[in-house]
Design a protein around this ligand. Structure first.
Ligand SMILES: O=C(O)CCC(=O)C(=O)O
Length: 264
């Protein structure tokens, strides 16, 4: 099989089987339950009021040992270093998703890149912690990382996750409705497998969910990543980071730690 870096460069995604064992998946599902019981500032219910729940939250590596172990040690930072071809990587964020049985609120087609005032591209590592209960796994438009950037899409039916400045990018087109125009693939990811994506790759997930579906995304940036302020709304949490307006500044620091996987 081609090297990870080559697969990401060619297709914008790569499936890596068996990244987490059952014990690690169990520890993370317990961690998600603990986060839901004591939600922080970025916790959101994404599903519309009254609908079966889909919930999500960011940055729980800061106070949740199982998530910190995942983001800082073991396979994930090493995969990120391999994907970038660098000894160091920057941890951007962790994000868990929780859908209850019967939920149908999808994560709409989007690219991760426009939600962040950063360049160059970064890496998302998406891991299902349950075998997808229905057609709810990650779908990618292979090769779309080499096309154009579309506007960020608000995921939440309730409290917003995006800032409120104007939109300067075209909306994401109807990918599902144009099967000839896009190479849509559902990588066969089971519990503990990982799908790695270039942040410019269009992707979607969720939909009719026949059981509880927990998954986690960890995002890593290239060590030379710098700020590019955006004339469109980015993720709200950037409001709390003064660096977000300093064009050319490195994001590395206590909020976005630099990790050196080879050093252990
Ligand atoms: O799992 C999901 O529902 C969405 C994941 C996703 O789109 C992401 O982490 O960028």
């Amino acid at each position: 099989m081609a090297a990870l870096k080559t697969r990401l460069a060619e297709d914008g995604y790569a499936l890596v089987p068996g990244v987490l064992d059952a014990a690690a998946c169990d520890a993370l599902t317990a961690a998600i339950a603990a986060c839901r019981a004591a939600p922080g500032e970025t916790f959101r219910t994404l599903s519309p009021e009254g609908a079966p729940l889909v919930q999500s939250e960011l940055f729980r590596w800061t106070d949740t040992p199982a998530i910190r172990a995942l983001t800082h040690t073991g396979a994930l930072p090493a995969l990120a270093a391999e994907a970038f071809g660098t000894p160091e990587v920057i941890l951007m964020e962790d994000q868990w998703f929780w859908s209850e049985a019967g939920a149908s609120t999808p994560s709409p087609w989007h690219q991760d890149h426009p939600y962040h005032p950063l360049d160059p591209w970064f890496l998302t590592i998406w891991i299902p912690l349950d075998d997808p209960p229905g057609p709810v796994g990650l779908r990618v438009a292979a090769g779309s990382h080499g096309r154009r950037m579309y506007g960020p899409v608000e995921f939440s039916a309730g409290a917003a996750t995006l800032g409120d400045s104007g939109q300067a990018l075209e909306p994401v087109p109807d990918i599902g409705g144009d099967p000839q125009g896009w190479r849509v693939i559902t990588p066969p990811a089971a519990r503990g497998d990982a799908v790695l994506m270039d942040s410019r790759t269009l992707h979607a997930a969720g939909g009719p969910c026949h059981g509880t579906f927990r998954r986690i995304s960890i995002r890593y940036a290239h060590p030379d990543t710098t700020v590019t302020p955006r004339p469109w709304p980015v993720a709200q949490f950037w409001d709390h980071h003064p660096v977000a307006t300093r064009a050319g500044a490195s994001i590395a620091g206590p909020a976005f730690p630099k990790l050196c996987p080879a050093a252990g």
